[in-house]
Ligand binder design. Structure first.
Ligand code: SAM
Ligand code: DTB
Ligand code: SF4
Length: 308
């Protein structure tokens, strides 16, 4: 779809936009179903990249604890808990620029097998990977590889200087060619223009096929990061972004991701009405808090949504 057409969709009257997005959603998904993934930060902090939003970059001054790779036994306990809470997928996140072929990589393969033993889907977000690593991850049973494009190609250099937008597209291709499903989306509320958001949606839509899972994060302004003082975007802009993504990319799961904690139940309900059908479940995202499992349970009950 041309970017001008995406712009028209984004700018239509809000209620019409939500109505159309909801209709598209119902054509492609079972109603009242929501997918839930639980994040585990298997390697925290100390990343050499300079992503300006990220608390785990050494180029930022946030007070995040630096931990080496977690033990497999910890992943076992956390995955067990995620299963108990009703998640269908566990996402293992590592604050790395890229995966190295040390014993850490073998440990990650073991973690993947551990998560799978609970009959959970597993996703990894480990930074850049080579073709050989992608094949080994897929062989270990990795279902999804997450690598967000974050923003538009045009805005990317304003947000990150240590790698490029095309580097990220290349990693996504490597993961896809190894047979894994893709999870890729971005962050809004980093000071980007509406045009940047449209361009990000356009880039996701142009992938063949688009990622199965599209996380829409709204910036969590973390103390010590370069973006700590950026004003939060309004929930209406978030709803517009979700609804436009739903209409342009009808068949993918759209995850209402970071930034959910600051939204009311009413705000989140509108995001679901606009086509979001996935959440992160659990007290913590990677380094910042998420809405609690108890609050999520209550919210899903009020809205009549079931986790699948
Ligand atoms: N290092 C890997 C990478 O960059 O792909 C994986 C970990 S990285 C922390 C995972 C994702 O978290 C990023 O791609 C970004 O979209 C999201 N993220 C990080 N900090 C955030 C923040 N402050 N607000 C919203 N999303 C954030
Ligand atoms: C994604 O798109 N968002 C998640 C996950 N994929 C890895 C991470 C959100 C991180 C929010 C900030 C933090 O907790 O540090
Ligand atoms: Fe953070 Fe990932 Fe960027 Fe490293 S590469 S600074 S972990 S977002």
């Amino acid at each position: 779809m041309e970017i001008e057409k995406i712009e028209e969709i984004y700018n239509q009257p809000l209620l019409e936009l939500i109505y159309k997005a909801h209709s598209v959603h119902l054509q492609h998904f079972n109603k009242n179903e929501i997918q839930a993934s639980t994040l585990i930060n298997i390697k925290s902090g100390g990343c050499k990249e300079d992503c300006s939003y990220c608390s785990q970059s050494i180029k930022n001054n946030s007070k995040v604890k630096i931990h080496k790779l977690m033990e497999v036994t910890e992943v076992y306990a956390l995955a067990k808990n995620a299963k108990k809470n009703g998640a269908s997928r566990v996402c293992l996140g590592a604050a790395w620029r890229e995966v190295r072929n040390t014993s850490d990589f073998e440990t990650i393969l073991e973690m993947i097998r551990t998560v799978k033993s609970f009959d959970l889907q597993v996703c990894c977000t480990l930074g850049f990977i080579t073709k050989e690593q992608a094949d080994r991850l897929a062989d270990a049973g990795l279902d999804y590889y997450n690598h967000n494009i974050e923003t538009s190609k045009e805005n990317y250099p304003n947000i990150v200087s240590t790698h490029t937008f095309d580097d990220r597209i290349n990693t996504l291709e490597i993961a896809r060619n190894a047979g894994m499903s893709l999870c890729s989306g971005g962050i809004i509320g980093m000071g980007e223009s509406i045009q940047d958001r449209l361009s990000m949606i356009h880039s996701l839509a142009q992938m063949t096929p688009p990622p199965d899972s599209i996380p829409i994060n709204s910036l969590v302004p973390i103390e010590g990061t370069k973006l700590e003082d950026v004003n939060s975007i309004s929930v209406w802009e978030l709803i517009r972004t979700i609804a436009t993504t739903r209409i342009v990319i009808p068949q993918s799961h759209i995850r209402l991701s970071a930034g959910r904690e600051r939204l009311s139940t009413e705000g989140q309900a509108l995001c679901f009405l606009a086509g979001a059908n996935s959440i992160f479940l659990g007290e913590k995202l990677l380094t910042s808090p998420n809405q609690s499992v108890e609050e999520d349970r209550e919210m899903l009950q009020i809205l009549g949504l079931n986790m699948n």
